[in-house]
Write a protein that binds this ligand. Structure first.
Ligand SMILES: Cc1cc2nc3c(=O)[nH]c(=O)nc-3n(C[C@H](O)[C@H](O)[C@H](O)COP(=O)(O)OP(=O)(O)OC[C@H]3O[C@@H](n4cnc5c(N)ncnc54)[C@H](O)[C@@H]3O)c2cc1C
Ligand SMILES: NC(=O)c1ccc[n+]([C@@H]2O[C@H](COP(=O)([O-])OP(=O)(O)OC[C@H]3O[C@@H](n4cnc5c(N)ncnc54)[C@H](OP(=O)(O)O)[C@@H]3O)[C@@H](O)[C@H]2O)c1
Length: 511
């Protein structure tokens, strides 16, 4: 029976890799073929963006980690014995993320353990690429990478969440935060809203001090006395990418005297439609809720009609607000302007757009521009997937920031599936979706693997172990220890955990 044991390697221990493992284990009974799973992770700790992406004030989102913890304890029972071994191998990078836009600020060569992809391929029956999106989408305009005070959303989120490559990055540590009062954020997805919330409420102790935000980042952020956050969209209000729950969180900051505003003619027309009860059939339920929410929160507290929006009376009137966040629509960044003397950020110039009926952005016939003075700029355009070194040789087709696949089966350039190669999560779709979507998609990929398992050739020549010599890897037991220490360290401060901020500080606790 042992010769039939299949070896499955999953690259990445974020939600997609671990949900793929979870479903393989839960459904192993359906194919009755024994297998081993190895989950490879470049960092010494698991969970990907659940740990390093999700905002610190959204701890409930991290509940998926509890599922993964019990999976590592109970995989034999959960799989009726078909999963014979489930192993986490941390601090080990597979291949190389061809991160060509990391502007040299992230030390990608620091990985002590690197296994070439072809070596892993030779040793495994199934490989699942679940390594997420490790790059940044870019505007590709001058001064974007070099200007102090201009960051990408991925860099910024990694920094405040204590991701090891960014937690002490000098671009953040050497920046003069005390000069920051006007912030610009380009893009209006949910990450832009996370960033707006963190920045505009940075001084409010009750929101942040009992979260697992990096202490070092929080201290620096608090040096900034931010008065306005401008959120720029290249299209209009109706094409906004954020979701209502996150939008509402921004409005609710009014209880701390932080108010919101929306600059858009389209928005004003839509609000009139709702007020006059005209054309409301044009708007779906989600949009109606969004409009209702905005209209109510933009009214003085006492004039609001729904009690849903009257929970907490703001400490000051809207007109006396000292802090505001504001959406600016129909603006595409054209240039990042820097101060002549020290090269620091001065302003950003935008061209004003119109949106065609197909939702595409067009420049006006007589293009106009508008310039905003800013002290800090974050480009929040989405995370970008990058190929791994070795893809070409294996015939893996990588295009538009994701691995080409059909229902998780990795394709070659002719669109044909490659035996034994699968992909799940953000690297399979180019950086889209919340954890619930990622989970559903990963379950489907696991179902596909299980369906293929009986017909996948089990090559007896396949070695079961990689031949690279590995040092200082971390196991699940090691993670359990680190997890406990981090949680204990958080207790005196009322935090769920106090994260280790460097790989070295983690490795000191590993025997
Ligand atoms: C800022 C932000 C906030 C978010 N907030 C929410 C939220 O509030 N609610 C919600 O539901 N969703 C949220 N999401 C979405 C959610 O994080 C994703 O749906 C999910 O994390 C995608 O999972 P993944 O496993 O595909 O990628 P990831 O989570 O990125 O995991 C990939 C893993 O692979 C590892 N890895 C990368 N390269 C290699 C390699 N070569 N070798 C070995 N390991 C490697 C990485 O270190 C990482 O651990 C947020 C996303 C972001 C960016
Ligand atoms: N709380 C949560 O549930 C939560 C939190 C964070 C993230 N997430 C999820 O994570 C995923 C990624 O989120 P995200 O915010 O990083 O990405 P996103 O939702 O794709 O938003 C990216 C934004 O950047 C804009 N953009 C892209 N390229 C641009 C350019 N060249 N010039 C100007 N604007 C540009 C986009 O505008 P266009 O629309 O015009 O392209 C869009 O507004 C999403 O699925 C999101 O829902 C969820």
């Amino acid at each position: 029976m042992n010769s039939l044991v299949r070896n499955i390697s999953i690259i990445g221990s974020g939600p997609s890799g671990l949900y793929t493992a979870y479903h393989l284990i839960k459904k192993a009974n359906t194919v009755k073929i024994p297998f081993n799973i190895k989950v490879w992770e470049k960092f010494p700790v698991p969970f990907g963006l659940s740990r390093f992406g999700v905002a610190p004030d959204h701890p409930e989102v991290k509940n998926c980690e509890l599922t993964f913890e019990s999976m590592f304890k109970e995989y034999k029972e959960l799989s009726n014995g078909y999963c014979q071994n489930l192993e986490f191998i941390g601090n080990t990078i597979i291949g190389n993320n061809n991160n060509n836009n990391n502007n040299n600020s992230e030390p990608i060569n620091r990985f002590e353990n690197r296994i070439p992809l072809n070596e892993l391929h030779d040793s495994q029956d199934v490989i699942v690429f679940s390594y997420g999106c490790n790059g940044d989408k870019r505007l590709n305009i001058p001064n974007e990478k070099s200007t102090p005070g201009v960051f990408t959303s991925r860099q910024f989120v990694n920094w405040y969440n204590g991701q090891f490559d960014m937690s002490m990055n000098e671009k953040f540590m050497n920046f003069d935060w005390s000069r920051v009062s006007r912030v610009g954020i380009i893009g209006n997805g949910n990450v832009a809203l996370d960033l707006s919330r963190v920045l505009i409420s940075n001084q409010i102790d009750s929101l942040w001090s009992n979260t697992d935000i990096s202490n070092i980042a929080l201290k620096k952020l608090r040096e900034a006395h931010i008065e306005s956050v401008q959120i720029f969209g290249r299209r209009d209000f109706s094409q906004s990418k954020f979701t209502n729950k996150e939008f509402r969180e921004l409005w609710e900051l009014e209880k701390f005297g932080i108010f919101g505003n929306i600059e858009s003619n389209e928005f004003r027309t839509m609000i009139q439609d709702v007020n006059n009860k005209t054309k409301t059939n044009n708007y779906d339920r989600v949009m109606m809720r969004r409009l209702e929410m905005s209209r109510e929160y933009m009214l003085p507290f006492d004039q609001r009609t729904k009690k849903n929006y009257k929970k907490f009376k703001p400490p000051v009137e809207r007109n006396d607000a000292r802090k505001i966040w504001e959406f600016q629509y129909l603006k595409s960044p054209q240039s990042i302007n820097v101060c002549d003397d020290d090269g620091s950020l001065k302003s950003v110039t935008f061209t004003e757009n119109i949106v065609g009926s197909n939702g595409n952005v067009n420049v006006q016939n007589k293009p106009t521009t508008v310039t905003y003075d800013l002290d800090l700029l974050i480009t929040s355009l989405g995370y970008k997937g990058e190929p791994l070194e070795g893809f070409k040789e294996m015939g893996v087709h990588f295009e538009n920031g994701h691995i080409k696949n059909i229902k998780g089966r990795v394709c070659n350039p002719d669109g044909l599936p490659l035996n034994g190669l699968y992909t799940s999560g953000w690297i399979s779709n180019g950086g889209r979706g919340i954890i619930a979507n990622t989970m559903q998609e990963s379950f489907q990929v696991a179902d596909q693997i299980l369906a293929d398992l009986p017909i996948l050739p089990k090559t007896s020549s396949k070695e079961t172990t990689v031949s690279s010599i590995l040092h200082n890897t971390t196991s699940w037991k090691d993670w359990e220890k680190i997890n406990q220490i981090e949680m204990n360290n958080g207790v005196p401060y009322g935090k769920p955990r106090s994260k280790f901020l460097t790989v070295d500080s983690v490795m000191k606790h590993i025997e």
